[in-house]
Ligand binder design. Structure first.
Ligand SMILES: NC(=O)c1ccc[n+]([C@@H]2O[C@H](COP(=O)([O-])OP(=O)(O)OC[C@H]3O[C@@H](n4cnc5c(N)ncnc54)[C@H](O)[C@@H]3O)[C@@H](O)[C@H]2O)c1
Ligand SMILES: O=C(O)C[C@H](O)C(=O)O
Length: 327
């Protein structure tokens, strides 16, 4: 076992996703059975009792990989030496809201946290933003940490990706492991584009296996609206599936096998996405760094959907600039 523990900071650790994620992280599901972890739990004072209770339960699990748990309501302390930062802490939407409506309420959280990451985290820090609206919150955090390489700031679209894979497998009557090459483009919002143009099912082109009209109609809408569907059915936003997606995002980033998945990264202009926006792309992790899968053909339908979601990201960037949240 490696002697030096990886420091993982979880914000919003007294909330639902934090609770669902931390036990799996402590058990090795994120970084592997050979990597001890030290957890840093960041909360606001009102959330501290929840985080304290979770820390008591972590102790009661006696996880061999758990090298320590520290709680704080100070980002400078919680991000000190962080190798992985899961930025979960923020308000979830409720029924009838769009995620973008949380911008003003939640955006203000991410500037100070980005600054604290820039000033205190480890040189190899990897940041995954879960709190909504995740893409633009990641942009805000990244803009406040100018000395951290921009590629270390990401936002979660793995949940959308997993939803798309699950739905496609069910429609095709295939196993999940037979699905490859699904991509989520754009924003983690209702405008996102779950794209199966380059996907395969058991080695065959997905668009030859499922009805293309479904793949570009009902499928896209179902994935894009899945968060709202969960809120309506459960009475609260997704928790376990979100925690699972965050764990898989970091796991594949750190230990990735080169398989294609989806993550929102700071654009370098790939596929015409304006530089600097945090947009979802088809990605693979190579040597511990996300790379956008380049060279995919984009037809007219896909172009229209990607452009629409990217336009929303550009509008969100303008909105947070006007709110003074970009620093
Ligand atoms: N990207 C995704 O795929 C995805 C999926 C599901 C949920 N989410 C989002 O994740 C966020 C958290 O969801 P949840 O269900 O855990 O919510 P929750 O309300 O259960 O927990 C949020 C926690 O964050 C804490 N918090 C608030 N401000 C904070 C701050 N400045 N620093 C540290 N902690 C702070 C709160 O005290 C609370 O304990 C929401 O914004 C939700 O919309 C994203
Ligand atoms: O939809 C939400 O508000 C929660 C989350 O982003 C989700 O996709 O489930």
């Amino acid at each position: 076992m490696t002697a030096i523990p990886t420091t993982v900071t979880i914000t919003g650790a007294g909330g639902q996703i934090g609770y669902a994620a931390m036990f799996r992280i402590a058990s090795g599901a994120m970084l592997g059975a050979d990597r001890p972890v030290r957890l840093r739990l960041l909360e606001i004072p009102q959330g501290m009792r929840g985080a304290e209770g979770a820390a008591l339960e972590l102790a009661d699990c006696a996880f061999p990989l758990l090298a320590g748990v520290e709680l704080s309501d100070d980002p400078a302390v919680a991000f000190d030496g962080a190798n992985v930062a899961l930025l979960v802490g923020s308000r979830p939407r409720t029924a009838g809201m769009e995620r973008g409506e949380l911008l003003a309420a939640n955006g203000a959280i991410f500037g100070p946290q980005g600054r604290a990451i820039g000033e205190h985290a480890a040189a190899d820090v990897r940041v995954a933003v879960v709190g909504n609206p995740a893409n633009t919150n990641a942009l805000i955090a990244q803009q406040h940490a100018p000395d951290v390489p921009a590629e270390r700031f990401t936002a979660l679209t793995r949940l959308d990706h997993n939803r798309a894979v699950g739905l496609l497998a069910a429609e095709a009557g295939a196993r999940v492991e037979e699905i490859a090459g699904v991509a989520i483009w754009g924003n983690h919002s209702a405008t996102q584009y779950p794209d199966v143009s380059h996907a395969t099912i058991a080695g065959r082109a997905a668009l030859e296996v499922v009805d293309p009209a479904w793949a570009r109609g009902a499928f896209v809408e179902r994935v894009a609206q899945r968060g709202a569907e969960i809120i309506e059915v459960r009475g609260g936003s997704s928790v376990a599936s979100a925690a699972n997606a965050a764990i898989e995002h970091v796991r594949d980033w750190v230990r990735g096998d080169g398989a294609v998945t989806s993550a929102a990264l700071v654009s370098r202009g790939e596929y015409g996405v304006p530089e600097g926006l945090v947009s979802s792309f088809p990605v693979r992790s190579v040597n511990g760094a996300w790379e956008v899968v380049e060279g995919l053909g984009i037809d007219t339908f896909s172009r229209g959907r990607i452009d629409a979601s990217v336009a929303e990201l550009a509008a969100e960037r303008e909105a947070v600039r006007e709110l003074g949240l970009l620093g």
